[in-house]
Design a protein around this ligand. Sequence first.
Ligand code: FES
Ligand SMILES: [Fe+2]
Length: 381
Amino acid sequence: MDHATQVALIRRIQEHLRTDTTHMEAEESRIPMESYLRADRLEAERELLFQRRPLLVAHTSQLPEPGDYLTHDASGLPLLVCRTASGEPTAFLNVCRHRGTRLVEEECGRRKHAFVCPYHGWTYDTEGSLRAVPHETGFPSRPSESVGLVRVSIAERFGLLWAQGRKDSRFAADTFLAPIASELASHGLETHVVFRPQRLELKLNWKLAIEIFLEAYHVRHAHRTSIYPLFIDNVGLMDRLAPHIRCVFPKRTLRDLAGTPEETWRLRPHANILYFIFPNTLMLVQPDHVNVTTVFPLDLDRTDFRTFTLLPEAPLSEKATRHWDKNVDLFMAAVQEDIQMGESIQRGLRSGANASLRLARFEHGLRYFHEAMDQALGVRG
Ligand code: FES
Ligand SMILES: [Fe+2]
């Protein structure tokens, strides 16, 4: 984030502190309950949000060498992502072109040359070309001359791999990420490394797993003894970088900047910056590391929650590992508190108590999220 933007954000927070206000919309709003409960809504989300837009599937450091590959099924499409001999990323549907067997079962690995289908042995190279067909005389159409794995769009940007599963996707990764690109670029994530990747299955609708990150209102109560001591009650900035959102959650230490020269101001030590990258990625930028979370629907009330931490360099000593472990533990403790609240909401969704969920003027991060979804799904507001 450039210095002028950091100063502008700090000034806005200082003004809220001075006037005892917070950033908010003119009006309250509501989220209709159907958006969490209807099966047809979930189908539309899978199709239009998870399969036709660039989704974060890995960090660059998870595919460092030619021949490295990983499988990714969370979008509802079976993806095989590899790094080719030339170092470029490539991605395919992980489905054999003979009779459709899953080509690669493992989550990740390294194959220098070929993927061999476990059923009849059709063999593909890391570019997806079909290289060998046992007893090809049985196929007068000569598939080895014309068939390859079905390619999926993939782009490597900001140290992250973005894949979109459907061939007829309309969104180029660069266009899609443009509103947030300069900020993502400024964090130098290309040179970071993944630390402690984890996967949880949550008992809630996937949107609730996003919403628990998008406001500061809950911090004082839900995180009373974990992280609230670090933060300022209910002060946050939510800015649309549509369809994405940038949230800034100031820490108490930001007050210390008053009276110091602006040239020395830096936002990262004094606030958590959260980028919500539509539709399912949360990137929490902390002073010296970044937590990256992606969520995917498993069902209306079950969610695949994947998170990893990006460190500026791999920890080289036990002391460094302990330091980063402590950071991740604190993050996960707060996330568990959030998840408890989200799962609690889920349990009451069908009770009939609320026909819609009520958002305060300062819970507008959730409103922006739902408005972006409505637009993407063609729902009229
Ligand atoms: S299904 Fe893959 S080789 Fe037959
Ligand atoms: Fe929280």
